[in-house]
Design a protein around this ligand. Sequence first.
Ligand code: AMP
Ligand code: MG
Length: 407
Amino acid sequence: MISVKEAKSIIQEKIFHLESEVVPLEKSNGRILHEDIIAKFSSPRFNNSAMDGFAVRSSDTIGASKQTPISLKNIGISSAGVPSDLVINKGECIQCMTGAKIPSGSDAVIMVEDTDGFSDNDNVQVMIEAQPGKHIRVKGEEINKGDILIPNRTPITASEIGICATFGYGELNVSKKPKIAIFGTGNELVEPGNNLNEGEIYNSNLYVFSDIVGNAGGEILMQDVLKDNKKYLKSFLSQALESCDVVISSGGVSMGRFDYVRDVFIELGVEEHFWKVAQKPGKPLFFGSGNKTLIFGLPGNPVSSYIGFMVWVWPILNEMMGGNTLNPIQGELIEPFPVENIKYRYLFGQAWIENGKILCKPSRKIGSHMLTSSLNANCILGAEPSDKKLNPGDLILVNLLPWKTIE
Ligand code: AMP
Ligand code: MG
């Protein structure tokens, strides 16, 4: 049995990074960037109007008010996408719409509400003094050409997609998705939707895995529930080792008479790096590698499987894609936490913010078969092995579940 720290450093040595691929912008959501996104031009690209109104020379409007409007000659229109090449001379103005290029000679825009309105009349009555620069969005005021807009390794969400579109990127260089095989083992497992016979239970772990893989940005190529039978395991696994970057199993990896998963991995030539980790839940944790595949054998108890995936597999998938590491935060316990002497202890928990502090508490259901402990959880609390108890007021590591919020 090795410590959590040793196990993590062994995995670090075996991680490989996935190559990048080019995807259309609209397909890039949830992927991790493999390039810096650079501003190809300044933004705004040209001086343009922030309002629907009139481009004027501010000096022509001195003294204008509702009581003493000033009449300007209306010489044309500049609209978004159709700029005017007319030059505004003394006493003249141009109707200028939001986003339209500011015509030469103008140094301010007057809102249409401060005039007698748009019309085809020769003149317009201006009822306010224009301040120089007013309602003009200046070229380059937001971004300079060549600025790094989004650094390499950023996960792509609506904001990043919006910026890439703004600067004309139609496709992006992103990490390939890790190709994943997940499988469960157990003669007792039945798929939800069917009837249960004596001694049977429903397979829940693969449903949890499949959802997490999707959230992590992976792509499931193979998924199956297998009987505790070496022949089935071998046939599934040999194919998975050929075609997948990561293989993740649940169950069949402990000390039971019918726990064949580890044997089969080894028979298929997988190199075992460790098998037991000093943690609770989930001590029997197999980690091995094939030619170009990482293999995680997680124990079958639903909480061990779920927490095991989040603690051991999620960060690896993220790192393979080049994502930045998510570090745990610290929270203050409001209830005791059951620390273990020689094992790292994980439990689902709740964390929230109160008076500017992060407070947290573990689930009261502490059995590794009690999947309901995950229901109202937004985090996994983790404590180093120690003979010292953790009491209310003590700090503990809080690993937020990435798809949950803390409020
Ligand atoms: P094992 O690791 O195979 O010894 O399984 C440990 C416990 O987890 C047993 O009670 C199994 O019935 C249960 N279990 C194994 N696989 C699953 C699964 N896919 N879904 C739900 N429970 C499971
Ligand atoms: Mg089993």
